[in-house]
Design a protein around this ligand. Structure first.
Ligand code: NAD
Length: 334
């Protein structure tokens, strides 16, 4: 067991280089404690021990469709994640900014890491309860493999679930956790997977029907709603995460929100309300509201790397397995 703390900066890889992957790369470029050494998308990957140039990665991806075209550091591949893992280049931790389409895709990527004998920290911003449950079932396997896996570490689940876990401390009993999110993005193409996965929550749609929709079909649906998706009673893993953290049963947690795909301004302020009874018998509600100026990317990628740092500290102490955002405090990345 390696108990030697790894010296900073941590060598980080980002899997998936769409909306969140690119935002993650931008965020990392201002950090001293983490350095982006690897990036992968559906058609290729790039690796540089000295660190990838964020702007070149983004420009190459946007103009040519994959970071695999990057000179010297890029490799074209239709099996980029597997190929990147098996290059055995040192990476301390990966942020999985991948679509979870189908609903077992991210768990299947976790299996690839296990099978490759890779050791380190993995972080996801996965959303569905049923997806987190698949990872929960892999807890022992992850532990035996020496992987410290942090799941549900975006905004919701993630930041807001952690806020609920913290707020719960004032109460003897938690009655209700109500998450309401507002997302504003200028165009849906910047976050195709996020929008498709949200469509999967609309009555009459499933993950599979949303996944199978062509881009023109998504556009036609958005045209009907003026670009706005209104979501209620979503299958969101905040519920199972708060349940396994021992805070409240999952039926007391609700998640809904409004996504405007044609306006970067939030249609409403993202918030979580935690209602409970104090030990003196008073019923009260704590509310945690995110600043309207903070983007979805800021509220997902910030926590994801905060949890990656926390995961690395666990890993350095020889602790592996599966952890959720409701169980561990994220660490601030400088
Ligand atoms: P996107 O569609 O913009 O980009 C997806 C990227 O993944 C692309 O670069 C694509 O090439 C790559 N990719 C797809 N299949 C791949 C494969 N087999 N191998 C390698 N790369 C592959 O996605 P996005 O909108 O940035 O969303 C990413 C994920 O983040 C989604 O699952 C979404 O649900 C999640 N998300 C979570 C939260 C949260 O708060 N928890 C919020 C927003 C988004």
């Amino acid at each position: 067991m390696n108990t030697q703390p790894h010296p900073l900066p941590l060598r980080v890889g980002v899997l998936g280089f769409g909306g969140l992957g690119q935002a993650a790369a931008k965020l990392l470029s201002s950090k001293q404690e983490m350095i982006l050494v690897a990036a992968a998308d559906q058609k290729g990957y790039a690796y540089s021990r000295e660190g990838l140039n964020t702007q070149s990665c983004i420009t190459t991806y946007q103009n040519q469709g994959t970071v695999g075209y990057l000179e010297q550091v890029g490799t074209l591949s239709n099996n980029s994640i597997q190929d990147l893992i098996t290059t055995s280049q040192p990476v301390d931790g990966y942020f999985l900014a991948l679509p979870n389409l189908p609903n077992d895709f991210i768990p299947s990527v976790a299996k690839q890491f296990i099978q490759a004998g890779w050791r380190g920290v993995l972080v996801d911003a996965i959303k569905r309860t049923s997806a987190v449950e698949q990872l929960l079932a892999m807890k022992d396997e992850l532990q035996a493999a020496g992987i410290t896996y942090m799941t549900g570490c975006g905004a919701t689940p993630g930041l807001l679930t952690a806020a609920a876990a913290l707020a719960a401390q004032s109460y003897a009993e938690i009655h209700k956790v109500e998450i309401t999110f507002g997302v504003g993005i200028a165009n849906w193409e910047a976050y195709r997977a996020t929008v498709r996965e949200d469509i999967g929550h609309i009555p009459g749609y499933t993950v599979e029907t949303a996944r199978a929709m062509t881009d023109p079909e998504v556009e036609a649906l958005l045209d009907k709603t003026n670009g706005v998706l209104t979501l209620a009673n979503m299958e969101h893993a905040d519920d199972v995460m708060l349940e396994i953290a021992g805070i409240c049963s999952r039926d007391r947690v609700t998640v809904g929100g409004v996504v405007d795909t044609r306006n970067p301004q939030k249609p409403l302020s993202t918030n979580v309300k935690i209602t409970g009874r104090t030990f003196e018998g008073k019923i009260s509600t704590h509310t945690f509201t995110l600043g309207d100026e903070t983007s979805m990317a800021a509220n997902v990628c910030g926590p994801a790397f905060g949890y990656l740092k926390a995961g690395q500290e666990l890993h350095n102490r020889g602790i592996s397995g599966l952890f959720t955002a409701a169980e561990i405090m994220p660490k601030f990345v400088k």
